[in-house]
Ligand binder design. Sequence first.
Ligand SMILES: O=C(O)c1ccccc1N[C@@H]1O[C@H](COP(=O)(O)O)[C@@H](O)[C@H]1O
Length: 218
Amino acid sequence: MPVPKPVSVKICGLTEPLSLHAAVAGGARYVGFVFYPPSPRSIAPSMGAELARLVPTGVRTVGLFVDPENDFLEHVVSQVPFDLIQLHGKETPRRIAEVKAAFNIPVMKAIKVGGSEDLAAALEAAEVADRLLFDAKPPAKVSALPGGNGIAFDWTLLAGRSWPKPWMLSGGLKPENAAEAVRTTGATALDVSSGVEDRPGHKDPELIRRFLNSVAGL
Ligand SMILES: O=C(O)c1ccccc1N[C@@H]1O[C@H](COP(=O)(O)O)[C@@H](O)[C@H]1O
């Protein structure tokens, strides 16, 4: 019988060393840095570089961008070493391919899920992206961020599905629901931001520890 793989966790939107240490010490496999100024988690490339220096071998750094121009990507990527670029906007498969070709860094494409009709985009993105990330569709209000809203989608939409590329689940995950999310979707990787914060943009080391513990034994 195949041995189930441990669940990998990405803690996203880290902004300072204390929470980065909590993520790494608790066993996170990925740490995410946001480069999207409207987000309360957005950091300057210089801070990204400082945080990246604290990341041990074996933990992957992820740079989160939303519909970035190449100049902006270049500005950040020249200062911060990334193992993965997360594209969380409306990037088309063509744009994903351009980013990969221009920067030679694997790309994870976020797919915003409101209903089953949104899943076709995952198959299109998978033709070029290295990884997929299923997140909830953001609320319709103009001021909403394209992600990081702490909103979950209907996980049963993913139950029993398989995808041509490795994938992560995100959207409204927290210590109290992470294990249930894994059981429902079969996800082997989770991405969390708001659910380990005590206020928007501020990570709570204790919530990070609880989140990582909640999936450690699965
Ligand atoms: O975290 C942000 O501020 C953010 C901004 C713009 C796009 C995506 C963002 N975060 C990503 O959104 C999902 C879900 O986050 P949450 O756990 O529901 O808060 C996650 O993949 C974050 O990486």
